[in-house]
Design a protein around this ligand. Structure first.
Ligand SMILES: NC(=O)CC[C@H](N)C(=O)O
Length: 373
C-alpha cells in the first residue's frame, strides 16, 4: 500500500525490499536514468515515483552509479520490466533494490498519483508491504503523519563523506578545488577533474579554516538533500571564503546556499522540478537549454533586474530561470568570482546542454589566478 499524508491510499504489489518506509513523496519525469536517480544522494528522505511506466528495462551497472549506494527512501513504479536487456547491464533493478533494503511498490498508476501531487503538493507518504501490510489503515496513516517534514530538514550529515579524499586532475591541470560534499554525485567530481582540477573532497562538517588550510584555488558546494534553510553553518562557511576572495561554483543545493550567503531567502516549491527535460533560459546568451533537475526548494530573487547583496558581496543577477514557471535556476555575482546553477550540468542522467558551465568555472578560476599574480 502507498499511503499519502492526506489519507489517499493506492494498492499495488510489493517491489524491492519488504517492510515499511516513510518519506516525502515526489515524482520524477525522466524516461531514462532511473539508476542515476536512485543513486543521487539528493533523494535521501524521499519516496521517488517514476512517471515513465516501464522501469528497470536496462538493469543496473557499476559505471552509472552516482554514489556508492541507493539513497531513495522508497520507489514507486507502474510496471517493472520482467526482462533486463542491455549490453551494459550487470544486475537487475529488483535485485539491487532488495539488496539495498529499498522498499518499493509496483502496479501503481504513477501518472494519476503525480497529477494529484501536482495539484495538492509534495507530501509525506509511506509504503507498506510485508509486515507493514498487516497494519490497519489507521496505523499506517499515523506512521505517515509521524514522519519528518522535508521543510526544515538537514540531511547533509547522512549523505556526506566523513573522511577527506583527493581525486587528481585528469585534464590539463588548472589548479585545485575544494568540494564540500553535501551529497555530491560522481559525475560532478569527474567533470571537475576533467576540467583540470585536483579535487579535494571534504566532509560537510568541515570549517572555513579546514577549507582554507587546503589552499585551494576555488570552492565548490555540491547538490544534496534537505532544506537549504536549515544549513546555516554551510552558509556561514561560504560567506567566510567569499570574503577571502575564493572563487566559488555551486550546483543545486550549492546554488541555494550561495543565494542565502548573498542575502536571499529560499522557499519550498509546491511539487519541485525532477526530470531531464526542463527548459532553462540562459539570459546572457538568450539560449534555451534543456536541463536535468532535482529540486524541491528554490532561491527567492528577482529574475528581471540586478540586485545588491544585502551581505555586502556587491551586485548579483539571476543568470538562468526556468521557462515553465520562472523559478530561479542560476545566480551570477558581478563583483566577486562566484556563480551557481540550480539545475544539473553534470547531466547524469540528462541532456548535455549545460556542460559548458564547467568550462565557465575553469575560465573563472584561471582569470582570478591571473588577477592575483
Ligand atoms: N539536488 C539538490 O541539490 C536538491 C537541493 C535541495 N535538497 C532541494 O530539494 O531543493
Amino acid at each position: 500500500m502507498l499511503v499519502l499524508e492526506d489519507g489517499r491510499r493506492y494498492e499495488g504489489r510489493a517491489y524491492g525490499a519488504r517492510g515499511v518506509t516513510l518519506g516525502e513523496a515526489v515524482f520524477a519525469t525522466g524516461m531514462t536514468g532511473y539508476q542515476e536517480t536512485l543513486t543521487d544522494p539528493s533523494y535521501a528522505g524521499q519516496i521517488v515515483m517514476m512517471t515513465a511506466p516501464h522501469i528497470g528495462n536496462t538493469g543496473m551497472n557499476d559505471e552509472d552509479m552516482e554514489s556508492s549506494k541507493l539513497w531513495v527512501a522508497g520507489f514507486v513504479v507502474r510496471d517493472p520490466s520482467r526482462v533486463v536487456s542491455n549490453f551494459r547491464s550487470q544486475r537487475s533493478l529488483d535485485d539491487d533494490l532488495e539488496a539495498a533494503g529499498v522498499v518499493g511498490i509496483s502496479g501503481i498508476d504513477t501518472r494519476a498519483v503525480t497529477r494529484h501531487i501536482r495539484s495538492a503538493g509534495a507530501m509525506r507518504a509511506g509504503i507498506f508491504s510485508g509486515d507493514g501490510a498487516v497494519l490497519t489503515h489507521g496505523e499506517q496513516l499515523e506512521l505517515v503523519l509521524g514522519g519528518a517534514e522535508m521543510a526544515g530538514r538537514n540531511l547533509s550529515g547522512t549523505v556526506s563523506t566523513t573522511e577527506s579524499y583527493t581525486l587528481p586532475a585528469t585534464g590539463e591541470r588548472v589548479g585545485s578545488v575544494a568540494v564540500l560534499d553535501l551529497g555530491v554525485k560522481t559525475s560532478t567530481l569527474n567533470f571537475l577533474a576533467e576540467r583540470g582540477f585536483d579535487v579535494h573532497v571534504v566532509p560537510q562538517s568541515a570549517t572555513a579554516e579546514d577549507v582554507l588550510a587546503l589552499e585551494p584555488d576555488a570552492l565548490f558546494f555540491s547538490n544534496g538533500p534537505g532544506d537549504p534553510g536549515a544549513s546555516d553553518r554551510h552558509v556561514d562557511l561560504l560567506r567566510t571564503t567569499l570574503r577571502e576572495g575564493l572563487p566559488y561554483f555551486g550546483i543545486c543545493f550549492g546554488n541555494q546556499l550561495l543565494g542565502r550567503a548573498l542575502g536571499f531567502g529560499t522557499y519550498k516549491l509546491p511539487f519541485g522540478h525532477r526530470g531531464i527535460n526542463q527548459p532553462v533560459l540562459d539570459k546572457a546568451t538568450g539560449r534555451v537549454e534543456i536541463t536535468a533537475h532535482n529540486h524541491g526548494f528554490a532561491v527567492d530573487a528577482p529574475i528581471d533586474r540586478v540586485s545588491e547583496s544585502s551581505e555586502g558581496f556587491g551586485r548579483v543577477e539571476v543568470s538562468h530561470y526556468d521557462l515553465n514557471d520562472n523559478v530561479v535556476e542560476g545566480l551570477n555575482c558581478l563583483d566577486i568570482p562566484a556563480f551557481s546553477v540550480q539545475y544539473h550540468p553534470e547531466s547524469a542522467a540528462g541532456p548535455h546542454d549545460a556542460n559548458y558551465l564547467f568550462d565557465r568555472f575553469r575560465d573563472m578560476v584561471i582569470a582570478s589566478k591571473e588577477n592575483d599574480a
